[in-house]
Design a protein around this ligand. Structure first.
Ligand SMILES: C[S@@+](CC[C@H](N)C(=O)[O-])C[C@H]1O[C@@H](n2cnc3c(N)ncnc32)[C@H](O)[C@@H]1O
Length: 317
């Protein structure tokens, strides 16, 4: 073996950087960073998250009010130059998304990796559905379905009460039915549609009006090998010709009210509609304006300040 061979086998030292990127569409940027393999995780900072603490006791990025924070390792030498060149290339390639580099700084705390990953925990979204980040190998601990979800997404990784409530109701109904058809209106990252497919629903259609959401849902379908089991579309619900055994919608309640007729009309006779995204304080008002006289609330589930309902058409309808 020659000296050059020996030199090649030396482990390359790596430096860690904390990178803060300013962007008005942080979800889309996080998705881009992960899909392009620039980073394996990205924390979205926006009004809703406002920087959960993964960096010691401080906020992730006090200097950033809207954007993305990520930690990356790059081999020395020229680590920072290489990193900045990659960011430039990404920026040139992503002309549809406006973002800028706020800070790139060496980060010498070697515990960052563990703490970063601890933050994206494995979540039991319902009795049979467990969700975790790509780097974890995890069992469904008594559950039957595991899904890998990109942690770049702020919403729809199973940590929000409204997602868990909707998934819990979906899980129950899928346990009682044999291969029902499912429509997920406002599918976001695709969690509910993927869970439905894994729990036996067929066919499954996920709709969203947000192209960024659909793009992250597509990546998630791929990551879970479900491309053939779930169809995604930006078609407005009113233009979907079919009816479904189960329609699920986790969208803020005023939008549910706007979509009332379309949601009700897409439920197959004998089917059910799962509605989540209703603040408890508005539940009575919501039920008053949404539930038709010939439909019944068959279940109410609450968590924290949120409620979800299953409603079914009366048999005589
Ligand atoms: C609260 S997120 C729910 C995401 C996911 N279903 C979950 O449960 O975690 C609501 C989603 O509904 C989408 N949305 C809002 N209005 C919509 C509409 N009229 N039709 C379809 N999707 C809509 C939003 O783009 C967003 O992705």
């Amino acid at each position: 073996m020659c000296a050059a061979d020996n030199a090649e086998q030396k482990p390359v030292k790596r430096w860690t950087f904390k990178v803060e990127l300013r962007c008005e569409q942080p979800d889309a940027l996080a998705d881009l960073l992960i899909r392009s393999e620039f980073a394996e995780g990205a924390q979205v900072i926006d009004d809703a998250t406002n920087g959960p603490s993964i960096d010691g006791d401080s906020q992730v990025a006090a200097s950033l009010d809207c954007g993305v924070v990520t930690y990356v390792e790059r081999p020395r030498p020229d680590a920072e130059l290489e990193l900045r060149a990659q960011l430039d290339e990404l920026q040139e390639a992503s002309t549809e998304l406006e973002w800028s580099v706020q800070t790139v700084e060496r980060f010498d705390d070697t515990s960052w990796k563990t703490r970063w990953k601890e933050f994206f925990e494995i979540v039991e979204v319902s009795d049979r559905v467990t969700v975790g980040p790509p780097w974890e190998s995890f069992d469904a601990s008594g559950g039957e379905v595991t899904l890998v979800l990109n942690p770049g997404m702020a919403f729809g990784v199973g940590t929000h009460e409204t997602t868990r409530l909707a998934c819990q109701l979906l899980d129950r109904h899928l346990a009682d039915a044999s291969a029902p058809s499912v429509l997920d209106v406002g599918c976001g990252t695709g969690l509910l549609a993927m869970a439905a497919a894994r729990l036996g629903a067929d066919p499954v259609l996920g709709l969203d009006i947000d192209e960024d959401a659909l793009s992250s849902a597509r990546s998630n379908l791929e990551a879970n090998g479900l491309e053939r089991d779930v169809t995604l579309a930006s078609t407005p619900i009113g233009d979907v010709p079919d009816t479904f055994d189960i329609v699920v919608a986790n969208i803020l309640w005023p939008t549910l009210v706007d979509l009332k007729d379309e949601l009700l009309n897409h439920v197959e006779p004998g089917g059910r509609l799962i509605l989540s995204g209703i603040q408890l304080e508005h539940l009575d008002e919501f039920e008053g304006v949404f539930i038709p006289a010939d439909w019944t609330v068959s279940e109410r589930l609450t968590e924290g300040e949120w409620a979800a309902l299953t409603i079914v058409p009366d048999a005589r309808r």
